[in-house]
Write a protein that binds this ligand. Structure first.
Ligand code: NAD
Ligand code: TDX
Length: 331
């Protein structure tokens, strides 16, 4: 099978490529990635000889058309992905997440191919801390930030192309990922690399906000399970029952990295900060048999800390630039 992976130099996309090389060696992989600040070709260094890498944007309709024509399946990860950036400058989110997805859908339709669209639980808005319900596939979209609104828009385009044109597509909405090769702007790697540089973790607001953490390999295994065992036209929620509030994550990182429990600081909160995300992934589990391999976030975080400790050259350059931006935002 020939597979076009969009955003394959990013966090989840690069882990997908590495995992597929191990688990599905017969899949022929082409990566398209614009190499924005978030893309890092070093993430693919160990498999460069086994894949085709194309530097370019998914919003380039002619390029996308040519690449999709030569593929069987598109796995679509490419996006602007950071909420804080979307609050600072929304435009790149509109271009990559909405126009880029539109270009892919049209190419997939023209050439009668298949696409799996990767999305996020953030399209559903947020839950109260004491809400007994979790997000399901029938929860109405209700996004809060320019980022999540752009992802919800992309999801709606995919669903409309399925209904109107019979597009061969599946969608998945996953909760917060952690693991190796995540950009240092994101919560967990920001704190791990900070601690490695002897800088205190930065907690937004009171730290009560809850995220439903999943290891990136478990997310990518679920994507493969949907590609191989999911039903066309369907949406699947991916989650590993990993709810933790931000204070709990910082406490765990401090413990695992040998720092005192009170060695962190509160910084300005994010405007419109979503309180809680929580995923009910029973549809995915019932239909595909997928279950997460990382049942315990402690084991996953230990592996992740080790990776950042061993790969300083991968993150050091991005770290200073990222912290400069956060300084400007007061976070
Ligand atoms: P990331 O920011 O680490 O990587 C995104 C990649 O896409 C980068 O390599 C970037 O260069 C590339 N890209 C951006 N715009 C592009 C364009 N116009 N054309 C081609 N390439 C472009 O993001 P990530 O965390 O790996 O997220 C991947 C996908 O998973 C996104 O669609 C995101 O919405 C979704 N998702 C992420 C999480 C999470 O916790 N990180 C959770 C659920 C869903
Ligand atoms: O320094 C920080 N301190 C802090 O308390 C940072 C960077 C974040 N936070 C908080 C904000 C959130 O409550 O940690 C939580 C996680 O923040 P992010 O890593 O920015 O993730 P989030 O906004 O939850 O979105 C993530 O999950 C869903 C991904 O970035 C998205 O791409 C994905 O769609």
């Amino acid at each position: 099978m020939k597979v076009l992976v969009t955003g394959g130099a990013g966090f989840i996309g690069s882990n997908f490529v590495l995992r597929i090389r191990e688990t599905r060696p017969d899949w022929q992989l082409t990566v398209i990635d614009a190499l924005t600040y978030a893309g890092n070709r070093d993430s693919l260094a160990t498999v460069e000889g086994d894949i085709t890498f194309v530097e370019g944007s998914i919003a380039d309709a002619a390029l996308v058309d040519r690449l999709v024509a030569g593929t069987d399946l598109v796995v679509h990860f490419a996006a602007e992905s950071h909420n804080d950036n979307s609050l600072d400058d929304p435009w790149p989110f509109m271009e990559s997440n909405i126009i880029g997805t539109y270009c892919l859908l049209e190419a997939v339709r023209r050439h009668d191919k298949r696409i799996h669209h990767i999305s996020t639980d953030e399209v559903y808005g947020d839950l109260e801390l004491d809400d007994p319900n979790r997000f399901t596939e029938t929860t109405p979209v209700n996004p809060s930030s320019p980022y999540s609104a752009s992802k919800a828009s992309a999801d709606l385009l995919v669903r409309a192309w399925i209904r109107s044109f019979g597009l061969k597509a599946t969608l998945s909405n996953c909760s917060n990922n952690y693991g190796p090769r995540q950009h240092v702007e994101k919560f967990i790697p920001r704190q791990i690399t900070g601690i490695l540089e002897d800088v205190k973790p930065k907690l937004y607001g009171a730290g009560a906000n809850v995220r439903d953490w999943i290891h990136v390999d478990d997310h990518n295994d679920a994507v493969v399970a949907i590609i191989e065992g999911g039903r066309l036209g369907e949406t699947y929620l991916i989650g590993a029952d990993g709810e933790q509030n931000n204070s709990q994550i910082i406490a765990l990182l401090l413990e695992l990295m040998g720092k005192p429990a009170d060695w962190f600081e509160h910084v300005n909160d994010r405007p419109g900060h979503d309180m809680r995300y929580a995923i009910d992934s029973s549809k995915l589990r019932a239909e595909t048999g997928w279950t997460p391999k990382y049942q315990d976030i402690r084991a996953g975080l230990t592996q992740t800390i080790e990776w950042y400790r061993d790969n300083e050259a991968w993150w050091k350059g991005a770290k200073a630039a990222t912290e400069k931006t956060y300084e400007r935002l007061g976070r």
